[in-house]
Design a protein around this ligand. Structure first.
Ligand code: SF4
Length: 372
C-alpha cells in the first residue's frame, strides 16, 4: 500500500512540512484548517475529558485518513502532563476504529537525538544521503522562520493600519510568495519581499497602540483556528501582540535577549514556581514576568479547557499580576467557546488597559462615555 503522510495543522507551518516531506520522497496529505467539522469529529471520538488540542488533532487525523493518509507524524512531549500520551492514545483509538495507521512521534531532538535520527530514516523513502537530508532540513527551517517573521510583522502593522483589513489581505498574498519559494535564495528573497509588502501598508503613526503579550499552551497559541483568531481580533482593536511562542523557538532555550537583566523565562518564573509542572505552565508565568518588566500593557493567557499546567499557572498569575501591576486575562478554550463572547471580553480588557495607559501618560482618569 502506498504510504501517505500527514501531520497536525498548526498555523501556516504546514507549508514547510509539506515541502520537507515531499523532498524526502513522501506523498503528503495536507491537513485541512481545523473547522467545525474537525471539532465535531474530535469531540465524537476523543474521551470527553481529554484536553482540547487532543480533540482537534483527533478530528484532523480522521479528516486526513478520509483522504487516504496512513502515516501520522506528530510530536511527543516530556514532563508531568498528558502531552506525552497523546500519540499513543490517538493511535489506539484510531486502530480500534479500524484505521491501522502508523504513528511517527518526534520527541524534542535535543533530549532524544536517536529518536530523531530513527524517525527521519523512516520518512526518507528516497534514501537521500545525510548531507542532502541536512540541506533539506536547513531549507525547511529557514522557510519556517520566514513564515514566522511575516506573521510577526502583521502583529506590528495590523493595529496601525489605516484601512481595516489591509494587513490580513496582504498577509494572505505574501504567504503564497513564501510558499512558492524553494531554494534557500528564493526563500530569503520571498521573505524580504513579504516583509517589505507588509511594512509598506499605510499606517497611522499617531494612533495609541497597546502592547499585549500572549502566553499559554503551545497548540492553542500556534493554531489560530483553535483560539478563534484572537491575535487578529486584538490587532483590529488597536493592540500589538507579541506571542511568547513560535515553532522556530520550540527547541531552543528561551533566552530573552531584550530584557535588561538577560533573564531566561525559567529564571523569571523561579520565585513563583520553582518546579516543572509540564506543558508550558512555567513558561506562561515566566513570560508574564518578562512582559511586565518590558512595560507591556497587559498579558493574555490561552489555555485549553482542563489543561492542568495552565490551570496552575492561572492561579499563580494572579500574584504576578498584583506584584507587577499588569492586567492578565485568561481564556479557557474548548469546542463551546464562541467568538462573539471572546470579542466582548477582549473589548472590555482593551478598554481597561487604555484607561490605565492614559492615566499613566496624562494623569487624567478617563471616564466611560455613559458616566459623562
Ligand atoms: S499541556 Fe495541557 S493541553 Fe497540553 S497535554 Fe498537557 S494538560 Fe493537555
Amino acid at each position: 500500500m502506498m504510504r501517505k503522510v500527514t501531520f497536525p495543522h498548526m498555523g501556516e507551518s504546514y507549508r514547510t512540512f509539506k515541502m520537507l516531506l515531499n523532498d524526502l520522497g513522501n506523498e503528503v496529505v495536507l491537513p485541512p484548517r481545523p473547522s467545525r467539522k474537525t471539532l465535531n469529529l474530535g469531540v465524537q471520538y476523543a474521551p470527553e475529558f481529554a484536553c482540547f488540542p487532543l480533540k482537534i488533532l483527533m478530528g484532523t487525523y480522521l479528516e486526513t485518513i478520509e483522504k487516504g493518509a496512513n502515516v501520522l507524524v506528530t510530536s511527543g512531549g516530556v514532563g508531568p502532563c498528558r502531552a506525552g500520551l497523546y500519540a499513543e492514545l490517538h493511535k489506539r483509538i484510531l486502530h480500534d476504529m479500524g484505521h491501522p495507521v502508523e504513528m511517527i512521534v518526534f520527541e524534542p531532538p535535543r533530549l532524544y537525538p536517536l529518536n530523531f535520527i530513527r524517525n527521519v530514516y523512516k520518512l526518507n523513502p528516497k534514501r537521500l544521503s545525510i548531507k542532502s537530508i541536512i540541506e533539506c532540513i536547513k531549507r525547511a527551517w529557514r522557510k519556517l522562520q520566514a513564515l514566522d517573521n511575516a506573521e510577526k510583522a502583521t502583529h506590528v502593522v495590523r493595529p496601525r493600519e489605516l484601512t481595516p483589513g489591509t494587513t490580513t489581505k496582504t498577509y494572505k498574498k505574501v504567504l503564497e510568495w513564501i510558499d512558492a519559494a524553494y531554494t534557500m535564495d528564493e526563500i530569503i528573497e520571498a521573505e524580504k519581499a513579504a516583509l517589505e509588502e507588509i511594512y509598506k501598508i499605510p499606517q497611522d503613526p499617531e494612533r495609541l497602540v497597546l502592547k499585549v503579550g500572549i502566553v499559554g499552551e503551545i497548540y492553542v497559541l500556534l493554531e489560530p483556528a483553535s483560539n478563534l483568531e484572537i491575535e487578529e481580533t486584538l490587532g483590529n482593536l488597536g493592540v500589538e501582540v507579541e506571542r511568547s511562542m513560535f515553532l522556530t523557538g520550540w527547541t531552543r532555550d528561551n533566552t530573552w535577549k531584550e530584557t535588561v537583566e538577560g533573564m531566561t523565562v525559567k529564571d523569571a518564573a523561579m520565585p513563583y514556581l520553582p518546579e516543572l509542572i509540564g506543558g508550558h505552565g512555567r513558561d506562561s508565568i515566566g513570560n508574564t514576568v518578562l512582559y511586565a518588566k518590558r512595560n507591556f500593557d497587559g498579558v493574555i493567557q490561552l489555555a485549553p479547557f482542563t489543561c492542568i499546567p495552565e490551570i496552575v499557572a492561572k492561579t499563580i498569575l494572579t500574584s504576578v499580576s498584583r506584584d507587577y501591576n499588569i492586567p492578565v486575562l485568561t481564556f479557557f478554550l474548548d469546542e463551546q467557546t464562541g467568538k462573539a463572547g471572546m470579542t466582548t471580553r477582549l473589548e472590555a480588557f482593551v478598554d481597561l488597559m487604555k484607561r490605565k495607559k492614559l492615566l499613566r501618560k496624562t494623569g487624567k482618569i478617563l471616564r466611560p462615555a455613559s458616566a459623562l
